[in-house]
Design a protein around this ligand. Sequence first.
Ligand code: KG4
Ligand code: ZN
Length: 351
Amino acid sequence: MALESSCDETACAIVNGREVLASVVASQIATHAPFGGVVPELASRAHLDAAVPVTLAALHKAQLELSDLDAVAVTQGPGLIGALLVGVQLAKGLAVASGLPLLGVHHMEGHLFSTSLIDADHAGPAFAPHLALLVSGGHTELVHVEGLGNYTRLGGTRDDAVGEAYDKVAKMLGLGYPGGPTVDRLAQAGRGDAIEFPRAMIHRPNDEFSFAGLKTAVSVHLEREGQPSTRAELEDLCASFQAAVVDVLAFKTLRARRRLGVRRLCVVGGAAANSGLRAALQSAAAKEGFEFVPAPLRYCGDNAAMIAAAAAARIEAGEDASLELFSHRSLDKLVPPRSVTAAVRDVGPTT
Ligand code: KG4
Ligand code: ZN
């Protein structure tokens, strides 16, 4: 079982290896929308409200008891500290109460696992090797994934993350928060060549990105031309912005894939839901003959299934419980530093 509470989604999932038995996500979008972004203190409080119900819902959905589990995992970071603490404290409580090993998972490693999940509608491939484009509200990274724990960050954004650029452009257009899905929907009906926006760093011989200049270009365009006065103008503007983002992401990602000679490309993270990005990479895959695996839409945004799958892989590889999550040494006695496989074997049912 894994818990995820790093930002504005409270999630709990139960997996058997890569197979998802239950994945429950409580979104806080309605809480934060009036403020145009995530308010950390409100996020922590909303996690407190949702964490236990979401956990019970996951157990109910999987038809399991706490005593049926092998381990408890939790997103250890990066994320909002007050938000992370809620998930970590609940996971610690569950682990201590049930005698299960506790594993901390890096949120980004979790996203990398989202393409290999298996459920009724998606049979993801085994984890690695592949090239991953990780695009979310806080991150834009190209990662060469050679195996579990063997990740090389090739490059990333020097300023705004992709999702962040979408959210900021949406704000300029008065489209609400989060802006990614709305801008994407409008873009699908517009003309991508209506307005010429810059493709920053596209010809630089590196794997770095920059989206702050594009955001400024949209702002300058709005100052000069005013807000779009018709739905068609709004759609054209969104489509032109999206074309600029997708051109750079696709061009540099595809070039990196060819250079590395990697046969599989994965795209993960909240902005991996973007229709333009998925279509561009899909058509390149057909043309260049590589395997393209986009994260299923339900696992693009933050969820606990990806965290649980990462933890399951680590357990299978023999990793011990992450004792550093227990800040007080005396707690070591409750989760002794033994191998997880040994722990799994002699853990009794909850009393
Ligand atoms: O991974 P995620 O749920 O949270 C973070 O870890 O950041 O990603 C959320 C981000 C938001 O910035 C949102 O606007 C963006 O993903 N996003 C999109 C789309 N759907 C969500 N960006 C572009 N196109 C989309 N369809
Ligand atoms: Zn995320």
